[in-house]
Design a protein around this ligand. Sequence first.
Ligand code: ZN
Ligand code: ZN
Length: 240
Amino acid sequence: MLKKLTERIYFLPGEKRTDRPYLYYINGDTMSLAVDAGNSKWHVEKFYHELKEHGFRKPAYTVLTHWHWDHTFGMHAVTGKTIASVLTNQKLREVQNWEWTEQKMREREERGEDIAFCNQCILCEYENLGDITVIPADIELKEKVEINLGGIHCVLEPHDSTHSRDSLFLYIPEEKVLVVGDSDCEDYYGDGKYDRDRLLDLIAYIKSFDFTTYLIGHDVPRSRKEAMDFLHSQLEMVSV
Ligand SMILES: [Zn+2]
Ligand SMILES: [Zn+2]
């Protein structure tokens, strides 16, 4: 079910079974924008069905928060243009060449290129691995851009995070909303722990936004205080 955050921002909650992330929808006067493309075309279809039920148009843009499969494998099924950081597209071009058989997935896991949790969830989402389609985004961002949706703006900026090097942050000044995707999590493709310097940088970066609501990849919206308390609690743990 699509949930309402503000007059202009809605979201489809994530689903734990196949690690589907939250998908966000920002409704402008002239066009609308979605955050993340979901983990399959079925995830996109569910999202678009919900939008239709609410009388909303399909997004003109879909912005990717980072390259991980659960946020990007639905990209081939979205309408309009897709937007990603240069680093996200670089990684997606690599993933585009991956072969999808259980054997190849196991081999990538053994080489440390992919992780067991993702492979388990991919096998749950895709009954037929041949249905997996990976493509890069249409538009690559090197630096900050602002998109005017009519009555509401989205500021997109690539920035490093503790979760992945290619993170793209989205800020909506009119609503004081910051969308960070999975950015404040650990890097599961690395050692699965927080890197102290990257966490310090991330905290300073997030703090620099004038936000009251904080939207993440796999859980309900948080307040500024909840977001900052969480980040500081993680910092305390890596400091000792
Ligand atoms: Zn992720
Ligand atoms: Zn995720």
